[in-house]
Design a protein around this ligand. Sequence first.
Ligand code: NAD
Length: 512
Amino acid sequence: HKDYGIGQSLKNLGISSENIGVSTGTQTFANGDVIESYSPTDGQLIAKIKSGSVEDYETVMAAAKAAFPEFRLMPAPKRGELVRQFGNKLREKKDDLGKLVSYEMGKSLQEGLGEVQEMIDICDFAVGLSRQLHGFTMHSERPLHRMYEQYHPLGVVGVISAFNFPVAVWSWNTALSWICGNVTVWKPSEKVGLCALACQNIIAEVLKENDMPEGISGMIVGDHTIGEKLVADKRTALVSFTGSTRVGRMVGTKVAERFGKSILELGGNNAIIISEHADLDMSIIGAVFGAVGTAGQRCTSTRRLIIHSSVYDEVKNRLVKAYGQLKIGNPLDENNHVGPLIDTDAVSQYMESIEKCKQEGGKFIVEGGVLEGGNYESGCYVKPCIAEVENSFEIVQHETFAPILYIMKYDDLDEAIEMQNDVPQGLSSAIMTQNLCEAELFLSHSGSDCGIANVNIGTSGAEIGGAFGGEKETGGGRESGSDVWKYYMRRQTNTINYSTTLPLAQGIKFDI
Ligand code: NAD
């Protein structure tokens, strides 16, 4: 096996063959089962992690709860300084961490590095924000009164993350939580525990160098039982959950039952409308990148193309040609375009979806299948495929986390927008058109119903400066930029009477 320098990167990130998967910040311990992390790129065991037990969870939560009263009193810009230092450490470790993300999760090296860059970017964003946590001041209806609003920290923020963004999602939550005065407890996906350990090692250095107490950034590598504890726990003021709609539905219900707050970032079923006024070169690039990037394992991956009938055949032929040129192989090799799926379970789901699609009448114009032998011995490499379908097929309404692209035809834009919206999910959407009226209609209130709507850019990826998230079964949460920090704080309205009388509302008088 070609090493791609992984051994050295693991060393640089403080990862050995056997690791401890629980931390209150700088202190580590673990009493749960051992999790073995295998790379989907070559099927090799990367390292072992001792996971957290329920008792370990209690220790981490108790430390977080204890740290909060102190941390919330630290001025926000000082907390921003911690985030600045964290961002600098990420800059130093970018190559190593990016490589580990690629090796453990299976996305391309460029995407692994891109994910770490997102972490750096959110740190920069949060540092500036730490001096801008502002509320409004409004004029009171009463004389000699002042009214304003302010934002206070919430407490413990629980972060549960998915396998496909093993490092960035946690940093979005932690950077914002910290500047807002919250402490965090992270339950990463057990499929990518080494990425989480590497992140924890980096943040532990910042905590140590600044002599911070334990509990500000805790982490527990563990399975769904630990996630369930975190969700049900009244001490978790906010649960930020990224994952499937199936699990998110349970998480949202559980948190609501106890009147906790949640941010839900769930599955997508993202479409690009390719109009008769589209630049087809741009459209093909956007569609192919969106459908096969990260082997179709992004929440924003392009799953559906809704193509105007007048350009349908041309787009179809060009897609077939482009797919014919895709190189599938080790994602650490920059010559490859498509890497593996996360594990063989994901491969089975991909195969089942292809089967279901065929049963419903889907016609594959690029056939799928599992790759075997040679460099594909992990059993996780699959062929990106394309099927002609109806939007109403059950399988098309469902998010399969794999590179299956569904294409369909439309005649007028209203019909295309209706098809685009006619799925349970509402994350990302795009239109390819050079026509201003079409673009504006798509972005209008009668246009896309998604949290993200783009013109002449595909559906996949997003900049950290904007609010990220989606509607309907995508959960309605928002993370990252814009004014998303408000989700991590509680709003308080304050009225101050600086007169010497107390005028009561509605002119009510008390003779006391
Ligand atoms: P998943 O739902 O299987 O797991 C997500 C996390 O939830 C993991 O850490 C898992 O251990 C934990 N978990 C599982 N059961 C739980 C329970 N009962 N209570 C609490 N936690 C529990 O998702 P996955 O396969 O890791 O990720 C893929 C999914 O995530 C896709 O649907 C994708 O669209 C979605 N996703 C969404 C976004 C977004 O921002 N909208 C981003 C990335 C991924």
